[in-house]
Design a protein around this ligand. Structure first.
Ligand code: FAD
Length: 475
């Protein structure tokens, strides 16, 4: 791979910009959390860039893009590499564009902030809270490690989605500044409808150099864990709780027994093994109402509330959002490396019945994990169920059964935008790639519509990017 590009010529054009060629460090920055998936682990484990380039300003980003364009070298942007699908992995080698040092919060105003792409979400939140008691609306459970640019380009939602929906929803991104990959890279300002061109496009059609995002009022959040004897009881309670518009919630998840006891090791002391848990982040002023509401549900049991723990009990406990979203899977993997996961939508209005039916069908091969969200204005749930992995064939079969039963899968075992999403071409993102990256140098291999316009998504086959070669073949 290395001989394909003139890296020495590239470096000579990047005077003053930090670069790194130490093979161990380049390898480290060429990876993300792709290994969550046994399929992606097999396909992508060998992927490595040729050089890491770390610009710290928009002007430096433009210089890197112009130089790489002139030399025909691919560029794969990277925030902090916490994505799960190999999104930030350079499938054709070339430049890993590390944006983690381009990370200032530039402006905070009533209801909004402006930041550079590499800013870490928890750092932005700390600054907006200190500035004017405002907080970011949405963050992934990787709050302490993920960058805002990586969230916009590679994430979907998370903590806050029970109130605000996902990143795809109108109003959750205000404005993006984007650099194009051309002989003379341009800067474009995108707002409104145009945001769809680059949001969740994995950096395949532009480099985000600035974000403007909305803020909400900052609250003191309390973690509550409720236990139920049955999964149905926990799901019905969570669904009803999510519909209480007056209760200020930040996150609402269900994890079926015995996973909370077996995998949430620091919380184990609070959780009986047979308890199906509802994890809630609630504003301190809404806690009494939440507990009163819970009493209406037969069998509900308060297992933990973070505001009354003694210092001894609270010692070393992670926040509850680090038990939720993909942190649930991470904690399971630490205890049992044979576990993998799915991403499922249980569509409104049948979500409670569907969850029940699907989990009755699979038993303990698929352990239920739900995240309640607002989806097009309705409360429903996504699932990130944990799957006892036996083979890639069985995993495919489990996903097919979900879809047959009416629960669409967003396949987390694929590295392309289309296969991980709606399994169809996104014409808006494709058209913008033609305009902003005419040579196809940005994050190659991730947009099927660009690589293979005739690809048949109904073929049942997995798309294989040719530059991945034999190591990625199969399935
Ligand atoms: P990276 O992984 O570095 O990049 C993500 C994508 O964006 C890549 O395609 C990259 O090429 C592109 N990119 C990065 N920066 C730019 C830029 N400036 N311009 C253009 N393209 C760019 N995700 C969620 O949505 N919700 C969750 O709750 C959630 N929980 C997670 C929990 C765990 C334990 C893990 C491992 C992952 C989780 N994720 C979640 C996935 C991931 O953490 C988030 O999406 C995160 O926001 C990605 O940010 P990052 O800086 O790590 O991006």
């Amino acid at each position: 791979m290395t001989a394909r590009y003139d890296i020495a010529a590239l470096k000579s054009r990047l005077d003053g910009i930090r670069t790194e060629e130490n093979p161990a460090l380049v390898k480290q920055k060429s990876r993300d959390f792709f290994w969550y998936s046994p399929t992606l682990k097999r396909q992508l484990d060998h992927v490595v860039g040729d050089i890491v380039v770390s610009p710290t300003s928009e002007e430096e980003v433009l210089r890197v893009l112009a130089a790489a364009h002139a030399l025909g070298i691919p560029v794969t942007p990277r925030g902090t590499g916490t994505g799960n699908y190999g999104q930030a992995m350079p499938l054709s080698g070339g430049v890993v564009l590390d944006l983690s040092g381009f990370n200032k919060v530039k402006r905070i105003e009533a209801g909004r902030y402006v930041a550079e792409p590499g800013a870490i979400l928890s750092k932005i939140d700390a600054e907006t809270r200190a500035h004017s008691n405002q907080e970011i609306r949405l963050h992934p459970s990787t709050y302490h490690t993920a960058s805002v640019g990586g969230f916009v380009a590679g994430g979907s939602g998370g903590v806050g989605s029970i109130k605000w929906g996902g990143l795809r929803d109108w109003g959750n991104i205000i404005r993006l500044r984007v650099a194009t990959m051309e002989a003379s890279p341009r800067i474009l300002e995108l707002q409104g409808e145009d945001l769809h061109k680059v949001a969740h496009a994995y950096g395949t059609n532009g480099i985000i150099t600035e974000v403007e995002m909305p803020l909400g009022p900052a609250y003191a959040w309390v973690d509550v864990i409720m236990g139920f004897d049955t999964l149905r009881g926990a799901t019905e309670f969570a669904n009803a709780l999510g519909e209480q518009d007056g209760l200020a919630l930040k996150n609402l998840a269900v994890v079926a027994a015995p996973a909370p006891h077996d995998y949430f090791l620091r919380h184990r002391k609070f959780i009986p093994r047979n308890s199906h848990c509802v994890l809630v982040m609630v504003a301190d002023f809404a806690l009494d109402s939440l507990l009163a509401f819970a009493q209406r549900f037969r069998g509900s049991q308060l297992l933990m509330r973070s505001d009354t723990l003694t210092p001894e009990e609270a010692k070393g406990l992670p926040p509850s959002y680090e038990l939720a979203w993909n942190h649930t899977t991470l904690r399971a993997l630490r205890v049992d490396p044979s576990i993998t996961y799915l991403q499922v939508l249980y569509p409104f209005p049948n979500q409670v019945e569907l969850v029940d039916a699907i989990h009755a069908r699979f038993g303990d091969e698929v352990t239920c994990h739900l995240e309640f969200v607002r989806f097009d204005g309705k409360v429903t749930c996504f699932g990130l169920p944990m799957v006892r992995f036996t083979s890639e064939e069985r995993l495919e079969e489990i996903m097919a059964i979900h879809e047959e039963m009416g629960a669409p899968i967003f396949n987390p075992h694929r590295y392309t935008l289309e296969e991980g999403g709606m399994k169809q071409t996104d014409e808006v993102q494709l058209a913008f790639k033609r305009e902003a990256d005419p040579q196809g140098l940005l994050n190659p291999g991730k947009m099927i519509a660009w690589e293979d316009p005739d690809y048949d998504y109904r073929s049942g086959r997995t798309f294989l990017f040719k530059a991945l070669g034999e190591a990625g073949a199969g399935s």
